[in-house]
Write a protein that binds this ligand. Structure first.
Ligand code: SF4
Length: 327
């Protein structure tokens, strides 16, 4: 029997090239080796977007389109919206009861987000419990592994501690302790040479049209020391070249590097070549996206929620019987 994994993304905006390189391409590969549950984590999104949640539903459908257009196949994996499987909250409630407060308070990403996200009020009961809901998400499907970046390892460690505590308290190994499948961090920079982020708006979305891609690429930050055409460039510090290394063939990268170092090509021409590569790279994704109408995507998500719900209710039956909760 295949091992199971669970992963998800929060529907707080459109998915971009960073998501593709940093997670989605890897998820696509995992489909054949694992039984995969891919979740649109709208409960998690609500924790930070509760003051203005009106886009959550729209973004949930758009993200589902991005998932499938990028290569996730609903016949080989389960794609669903978290809030459509209410058992996530049931298990989160039970996990909240057994998780010592100190475990969530010490979580480094919690402290970091409180420090970094100043524009939202995040000192809420729900946000503190973010990793507990995350543990429930994973445990509900008895996931054996979770694809994570190195920065998410403390969250996964907390999940492992919570399920270990559950198994010990109730003297039954209900939940496996999930192992990390470490995903290499994406080296893709934002268009302005800062970290790529939804809040900076410095990204190329998977759904951007060729015209928008051309415009965004034309505005990308380059080597700021290269002012005149005859100035020799430094491709290794140039954002445009960073994109070539992620999306261009090796031969093209070598050629661009050489021409930049020897000032044989201007930045405008260089950006035009990059725009062409990105437009071609995203063309099949955009085409697939266009075929995915709203009714079609809702049907796929309904089916996904049913599959996920069937698995989740079996887990909850086992949990409730162990805890003497009426079923
Ligand atoms: S030629 Fe290309 S790689 Fe070199 S600085 Fe200009 S945009 Fe960057």
């Amino acid at each position: 029997m295949k091992k199971r994994i669970l992963s998800g993304m929060r529907p707080t905006g459109r998915l971009h090239l960073g998501h593709l390189v940093g997670a989605l391409n890897n998820w696509v590969k995992l489909q054949d080796d694992y039984q995969c549950f891919y979740m649109i984590a709208d409960w998690h999104a609500l924790m930070s977007e509760y003051e203005s949640p009106k886009e959550l539903e729209r973004y949930s459908y758009e993200i589902a389109k991005d998932f499938i257009a990028s290569g996730l196949d609903p016949n080989r994996c389960t794609i669903f919206i978290q809030s459509q499987v209410p058992q996530h909250l049931e298990l989160a409630m039970i996990f909240s009861d057994i998780t010592p407060l100190a475990w969530v308070e010490r979580c480094p990403t919690y402290k970091e987000q409180l420090r970094e996200i100043k524009e939202r009020e995040l000192t809420t009961y729900g946000f503190l419990g973010y990793p507990v809901l995350q543990a429930a998400d994973i445990a509900l499907y008895k996931a054996n592994a979770v694809p994570v970046g190195i920065d998410q390892l403390p969250h996964l460690e907390l999940t492992r501690e919570i399920v270990r505590r559950f198994n010990t308290l109730y003297k039954k190994n209900v939940f496996p302790e999930p192992e990390p499948i470490l995903t290499k961090a994406s080296k893709l920079l934002g268009l302005d040479n800062r970290k790529m982020s939804k809040s900076y708006g410095n990204f190329i979305a998977l759904s951007d049209t060729p015209e928008v891609i051309e415009k965004k690429v034309s505005q990308m930050v380059t080597d700021t020391k290269r002012i005149h055409l005859e100035d020799k460039g430094h491709p290794d510090i140039c954002t445009v070249f960073n994109y070539f290394t992620n999306f261009g063939e090796d031969l093209i990268c070598k050629e661009i590097k050489l021409m930049c170092l020897e000032a044989k090509m201007g930045c405008i021409a260089c950006k035009k070549r990059l725009a062409k590569i990105l437009i071609e790279y995203l063309a099949p994704i955009r085409q697939k996206r266009e075929e995915l109408t709203d009714p079609k995507i809702k049907e796929i998500l309904k089916e996904g929620a049913k599959e996920a719900g069937d698995f989740a209710s079996q887990t909850m039956d086992e949990v409730k019987s162990l805890l003497s909760l009426a079923r």
